[in-house]
Design a protein around this ligand. Structure first.
Ligand code: NAG
Length: 402
């Protein structure tokens, strides 16, 4: 097997190890590797500098006219068309000028929390990654690197790949999350969760507009019971907010004859996201000053997701991509695309550390995801089986087990 597939397989193994013991839970934030796909040779070269002028950059769609909470903006059609084009070609879009006022506060609270001693952080740990309570998981308890560290031949080289996480699962309307989580982080996390849920509601409407749902709230109803509250979902939906902290580290050293396994390990191996849209807060430093960052496979190229210049003051860019369930709903018109997170490419990059803030989204557990009739018609036939939101996880795990 080509060495370049190894990180994907390990990723799959990691998913099984951490998900299987708790299948009753839908771990919203898991993504599973796609079926084997052509992986370009550059995959195993994390130090490769991303092409400055990429042939097909990730499309930027400006949200400057929209309030995330406004569910009936004047005309969704042009935005829906731009998003649809991006999701068809790349499976990704950068939403610029998005109003997410809680973002700076959340980043500051996350820095504060991750800066605390391990013992203090462990008081907010409620079990392995994917528990319904969410909370803290220390370095080495999940991700590709954890699996490498315990079971791979490269184990002795794995010291540098480290990530610690804090997860907010779907927020509840009672105060149980407030009691579980550190107060400052909870306050900022809840605000951000709410604001990001607002963006998701809007995206769901745009998706309906673009894909031709039976009605405009078709997707939203599969996430929430009512129209009013982002907390109101029975059974629980798959939304979860993850804060990932990659601490500053020394660059991995390479021997004279090459870097071996160490250099093949990147911050996140190539994978597709398992559920619906993922909304990732874009770090303006991405791919600048050797900082590394997200890359998307387009054709045979890994395309860096470059932060656009010129957001209006007080707004941010969100990288949005389609997960596997979105691909099913859209009958394959929109892609659930392979992506990965590369390492820093400079000493300064390694020295800076990184906080990554993905908001993973998924419909309620009991949702049957079926290709939309309009999308089947457009594609000239049905390309995907219907799948239960919960079953989908099992199936992906089965595949990744083979
Ligand atoms: C943000 O919106 C303004 C208009 O208010 C627009 O001129 C600008 O190009 C947008 N920025 C980005 C990065 O899309």
């Amino acid at each position: 097997m080509p060495a370049s597939f190894i990180p994907q397989l390990l990723f799959a193994t990691a998913m099984c190890l951490f998900v299987l013991p708790q299948l009753v839970v839908i771990p919203a934030s898991y993504s599973t590797p796609a079926d084997p796909a052509p992986v370009p040779a550059s995959y195993s070269t994390p130090y490769a500098t991303p092409a400055a002028a990429s042939p097909a950059p990730i499309p930027v769609v400006s949200f400057h006219d929209l309030s995330p909470h406004d569910l009936s903006p004047p005309s969704l059609a042009p935005l829906a068309a731009s998003l649809s084009a991006a999701f068809s070609s790349h499976g990704f879009a950068i939403l610029s000028n998005v109003s997410l006022p809680a973002a700076p506060e959340l980043l500051a609270a996350a820095e504060g929390f991750f800066g605390e001693p391990l013992e203090a952080k462990m008081r907010h740990s409620h079990g392995p990654y994917g528990t319904p309570e969410g909370g803290y998981t220390p370095q080495g308890t999940e991700s590709v690197s954890a699996t490498l560290a315990s079971s791979a031949p490269h184990a002795r080289r794995t010291g540098a790949d480290r990530v610690e996480n804090f997860v907010f699962r779907s927020m509840h309307s009672d105060d149980r999350d407030e009691r579980l989580h550190p107060p400052e982080l909870y306050t900022a996390g809840k605000r951000y969760f709410d604001e990001a849920s607002g963006v998701l509601r809007l995206l769901n409407r745009l998706a309906c507009e673009a894909l031709g749902c039976p009605d405009a709230e078709y997707f939203n109803r599969r996430f929430w019971d009512g129209k009013g509250s982002n907390f109101d979902a029975t059974p629980q939906n798959g939304n979860s907010l993850r804060l990932s902290h990659y601490p500053p580290a020394a660059p991995p050293t390479c021997a004279a004859d090459g870097c071996g396994g160490e250099a093949e390990r990147i911050r996140y191996g190539a994978h597709t996201d398992y559920q619906t849209f993922t909304l990732l807060l874009q770090d303006p430093r991405d791919h600048r000053g050797g900082f590394g960052g997200l890359e998307v496979l387009v054709g045979a190229d890994w395309v860096p997701v470059l932060p656009p210049e010129g957001n209006n003051p007080g707004t941010v860019s969100l990288i949005v991509n389609c997960g596997d369930l979105t691909e099913v709903w859209s009958n394959g018109l929109w892609k659930s695309n392979l992506h990965r997170v590369t390492n820093p490419t400079s000493e300064e990059g390694w020295a800076q550390g990184r906080i990554s803030v993905p908001f993973f989204t998924g419909p309620k557990d009991d949702t049957l995801v079926e290709p939309l009739a309009a999308a089947v018609e457009r594609a000239g036939g049905r390309r995907f089986e219907s799948v239960g939101a919960k079953e989908h996880l099992m199936r992906k795990l089965g595949l990744s087990n083979e």
